[in-house]
Design a protein around this ligand. Sequence first.
Ligand code: UDX
Length: 445
Amino acid sequence: MEKLGEQASRLVLVIYPFQGHINPMLQLAAIFHSKGYSITIVHPEFNSPNPSNHPQFTFISIPDKLLESKVSLSPGDFMSLVLALNKNCAAPLKQCLKRILDEMHPYERIAGIVYDALMYFAQTVADDLGLPGISMRPTAAAMLLFAVIPHPDQESVFENQLPELQPLQLKQMVAAMSENPTDAMSEVRAAALNATKRSSAMIANTMDFLEEVALSKIKEYSPAPIFTIGPFHKLAPSNSSSLLKEDAYCISWLDKQAPKSVIYASFGSMASLSKQDIVEIAWGLANSEQPFLWVIRPGLVLGSEGTELLPEGFQEKVGERGCIVKWAPQREVLAHDAVGGFWTHCGWNSTLESVSEGVAMLCKPCFGDQFLNMRYICYVWQIGLELDNELERGKIEGAIKRLMVDIEGVEIRNKAMDLKKKAEICLREGGTSYSSLNEFTKRIL
Ligand code: UDX
């Protein structure tokens, strides 16, 4: 990979403090570091990443005043939280950047402020200080269609100009988003869009071949250039940035399982399930007769550890065939030979991690962009099966067998392996993500 010359350039990266956003930002930091940049990570106090896992970066914590703002930290109150972070963190970020600029060696410079798209205040701070602001998109690029295409045009563009993306049901998503928008929602959307328009560039964690049609439409409408350099976690080695402790036991358990036999079930860091869902999933997994690795993170069922909700007789039925952990080293799990399928909530990080290992998916989205990701997986790329309606043990058992055993599953798994090969090509010299990264670094130099 091409590296910087002797010039000392620093990039300041601003984190949105949730797992699905911390991971891609720290992976991006590792990529830039591998290209020769010095890295400063600025993060709110809440959900602070562990600096000792990333000794090559400088970490600066800024006050977020979330306790004083009395915002709820539950995913349901997501928009109020975004507003509070953007309001409370602006002044501390500006102070922090001024200090960095004052204390910097004369031969050093800040090449840009890379911020999570939800921390849009960082664009204003960058503008005030005359620095380039670069927006990082941790979701599918297709989510940007809703941001860059003017609202009145969206329905007709989605309906008439993007026939290849009909399976994504973009028109239905616009309609759903327009239903009962809260004031907080409208404010966040308008402010984020405004920042995107002023940004010097956008970086998307995606690959061109996955989202060709969406990307070409975005380029038509967006004033800022978009660089597609995903999947971030594959472009440079990066240490774990898990907020919860990863349980390594599951890897030794996977070592004992037959190749491609295990269904890995995990619903990311924010999704929540009901007590009854846990019981249905437990029996669905048990009755499928497949070996399974299941992540039940504390809080997956609100206010509970989760494992105490497992039904009577379940453990006796599954014995050594099942492994349950609170948090897994997911990238390692998906890359393990024993894993043949991934039952996922379709978070974008999980989706990319699965695509890059060629693992077919069983999809049960929970909220937000996860529905769009599910439609990509099942109906555009055709590397997964949708598990629709409510969770019910018989349907779960049937879906696992369809994916892991039936002839239908063989085809889906073959397609998933084809995408893995395409992803590898993207990352090699001359590949789209490789080239896009080089182009980006040339631009910001
Ligand atoms: C959130 C949103 O829900 C998601 O839709 C959006 O695209 C990003 O922000 P989250 O729900 O946590 O993220 O899902 P996901 O995007 O899949 O990110 C979860 C991350 O946690 C992944 O990088 C995954 O590897 C990691 N993880 C998950 C673990 O390391 N161990 C686990 O046991 C589970």
